[in-house]
Design a protein around this ligand. Structure first.
Ligand code: PXL
Length: 283
């Protein structure tokens, strides 16, 4: 068997409402990868649809945690950042990348900050500039269309876009620094939804689609990112890993619809874990 890999997942803990670490930790673990965590903030719930949530920013803990880890012989195969607790965390997370990145470490940045043309309530446009800076240090960046536009300093153009717009966006994001880009929420056909992936070094653009389910499903970005990383660390090439992530996300959405769950509690990703580990060839 191949040596077991380790991910450091850098996201918030939203105690209730599946997203960020409550999604990344179980999914990446189920994929056979040791998942260490660096919580960026602790919230009683996520910020998308609950009133009155608590918010403890953990910015001050990042450096001491990093210092302690430096005293350990820690092999890190991937660093995966998502929702950050403050603007100041951008530079701290960039330092953490520099500290723990070795030759074969995959740095994946999901610039979690916005969706459907709007920034999450806790952020300002400053965050978009910061996320662009952090993404420039990544090997792989995984924005949705809103985050991509904001990082490029452009307006969100909504759902009427051409293939050319998507491909120009991928190339412009690649020019910022990352070797690979996976753009989520891409659709050229009302029946289909998926992602576009770009490899700057081979100059290839590929797509992965599956059936579109109407409606907004909170937390699916984290399900997508966690399963994408799981597939990449299980040695699937970029397009195949993207297809696995698209298909797993759809499975989770199908369970969420079937169980008629209140969608702000997040996707029913647990029931689809057997599907994911089969797709990854682990069972
Ligand atoms: O899934 C993205 C996310 C992560 N963490 C928190 C959020 C959101 C989206 O709203 O509020 C705290």
């Amino acid at each position: 068997m191949e040596r077991q890999k380790r991910v450091v997942a850098i996201h918030d803990i939203s105690c209730v409402g599946r997203c960020s670490l409550t999604v990344a930790l179980p999914i990446i673990s189920a994929a056979g990868i040791e998942t260490s965590v660096l919580p960026t903030a602790i919230l009683s719930t996520h910020t998308g649809g609950f009133e009155g949530y608590t918010y403890r920013d953990l910015t001050e803990d990042i450096e001491p945690i990093s210092k302690h880890w430096q005293s350990l012989d820690l092999q890190v195969d991937a660093l995966y950042s998502g929702f950050l607790g403050s603007f100041e965390q951008i530079d701290l997370v960039a330092d953490l990348f520099n500290t723990f990145k070795k030759e074969n470490t995959l740095v994946m940045v999901d610039p979690v900050m916005a969706d459907n043309g709007v920034l999450y309530s806790v952020y300002t446009m400053e965050m978009a500039k910061g996320m662009a800076k952090l993404s420039s240090q990544a090997d792989l960046v995984v924005p949705n269309l809103t985050e991509a536009a904001f990082m490029l300093g452009e307006e969100y153009i909504g759902e009427n876009y051409s293939r050319e717009y998507i491909e120009n966006t991928l190339r412009k994001l690649g020019e910022m620094g990352p070797k690979k880009v996976v753009l989520t929420g891409v659709s050229f056909d009302p029946e289909l939804l998926g992602a576009a992936c770009y490899d700057r070094e081979t100059n290839t653009i590929e797509y992965a689609f599956n059936k579109r389910v109407e409606g907004y499903f909170h937390g699916t970005g984290d399900v997508f990112g966690s399963s994408l990383l799981s597939a990449l660390l299980n040695n699937f090439p970029l397009q195949e890993a993207t297809q696995i992530a698209v298909d797993y996300t759809l499975e989770c959405i199908n369970y969420t619809v079937k169980e008629n769950k209140d969608r702000k509690y997040g996707p029913v990703f647990e029931r689809a874990i057997p599907y994911l580990i089969k797709r990854l060839g682990l069972v």
